[in-house]
Design a protein around this ligand. Structure first.
Ligand code: GDP
Ligand code: GDP
Ligand code: MG
Length: 318
């Protein structure tokens, strides 16, 4: 018998997910002392109900079964718990997740990031948080208000840019988003900024015209900076669970998504989407949103995330 006492790196934000996922896994592993086929079926059920997604769940179970056979596993149930954790971790091993700050520094300045996603996922809020985060790291930033569809969107971004103490380029409501992006990049270039953050209007994934507008914004940006946008970040709301998969599929078919930011992770038990999305799309999750305040953005690290996901309560021996 041993105790795992781990540093809880994603404690607060994963609380709900862990309580839901882990309590079921735990009761499973504690109820049984021997491996049988039922047991694997139960693990499968738990994974499926944790929003990991069918494809990824099947893959995990398949790999787990292969390992059990290959290693002639007949040992303790507790060791199986470790195998499961390793199999989930191994899903992330080929995903390249370069450090954003390093990329900003390596790039001939400025480094342009465009934020995309459906309505209400947290794009504008995330721009504010990211501006604050990067500013603290010593970068000079500028924000472009290319969501011109609602006046409130520009005002909201203005408040964030004030709070983060980062300049904002805006035009009037209904202005051409591509034109705002163009202005922002020109200003960034002449002011020798390190980073540009472009907000865009939320689009429904079934509105093809609006999706094509993203491609147009990208095209127009290239007139100012040939490699822009250097990064397109897709913002997803973790609490939408399986729906987030559909959003990724749709956006990927229109623009090249470089990374994902998963918001509202602190309030949901659907944190398993992290695992499924990374596995199925092989796109790195760069940051997670863990609240509505400007400092509520955290860098994502797959290994630490899984560690936290599996972290048993300290008093429980496994
Ligand atoms: P947009 O339409 O994609 O630009 O979304 P907004 O940035 O306007 O955010 C929509 C709502 O989600 C706002 O009420 C935000 O405060 C909220 N929100 C954004 N990120 C998070 C997060 O990480 N956690 C929580 N709890 N709320 C968030
Ligand atoms: P509805 O489905 O016809 O009611 O369309 P909406 O109310 O969503 O949009 C009304 C108008 O605004 C349409 O002409 C859209 O092309 C335009 N529009 C909607 N969303 C966006 C956007 O994100 N960017 C821009 N530039 N225009 C938009
Ligand atoms: Mg917005």
């Amino acid at each position: 018998m041993f105790f795992i006492k781990n540093k809880e790196t994603f404690d607060r934000e994963l609380k709900k997910t862990r309580e839901s996922f882990f309590s079921r896994i735990k009761s499973l592993f504690f109820r049984k002392s021997k491996l049988d086929t039922d047991f694997i079926d139960h693990i499968e059920e738990v994974l499926l109900s944790s929003d990991i997604g069918t494809k990824t769940t099947i893959k995990i179970i398949h790999n787990l079964e292969k390992r059990i056979q290959k290693e002639k596993y007949g040992g303790k149930i507790q060791e199986l718990y470790q195998l499961l954790k390793e199999e989930i971790e191994s899903l992330f091993k080929n995903i390249k997740n370069e450090c954003l700050e390093k990329k900003i520094e390596e790039e001939r300045k400025p480094y342009v990031i465009m934020m995309v996603g459906v309505n209400g996922v947290g794009k504008t809020t995330t721009i504010g948080k990211l501006a604050f985060f990067l500013k603290k790291k010593g970068f000079n930033l500028i924000i472009g208000a290319a969501d011109t569809f609602r006046a409130a969107a520009i005002n909201q971004l203005e408040i964030w840019s004030d709070t983060a103490n980062v300049p904002l380029i805006k035009q009037h409501m209904y202005a051409d988003p591509a034109s705002v992006a163009y202005d922002t990049l020109q200003s960034a270039k002449s002011k020798k900024m390190d980073v540009v953050l472009i907000d865009t209007a939320g689009r429904l994934q079934n509105r093809i015209g609006l999706m094509e507008e993203l491609a147009k914004i990208s095209r127009v940006m290239k007139k100012v900076i040939a490699k822009a946008p250097h990064e397109i970040m897709l913002v997803l709301d973790a609490s939408t669970g399986q729906n987030a998969f559909e959003q990724v599929k749709k956006f990927i078919s229109f623009v090249k998504i470089s990374s994902i930011i998963l918001t509202k992770l602190e309030g949901t038990a659907k944190g398993g989407v992290v695992i499924g999305i990374m596995d199925q799309f092989q796109v790195p999750i760069k940051y997670i949103g863990i609240g509505e305040k400007i400092q509520d953005l955290k860098e994502f690290n797959g290994k630490k995330f899984i560690d936290s996901f599996f972290l048993p309560e300290p008093e429980i021996p496994i």
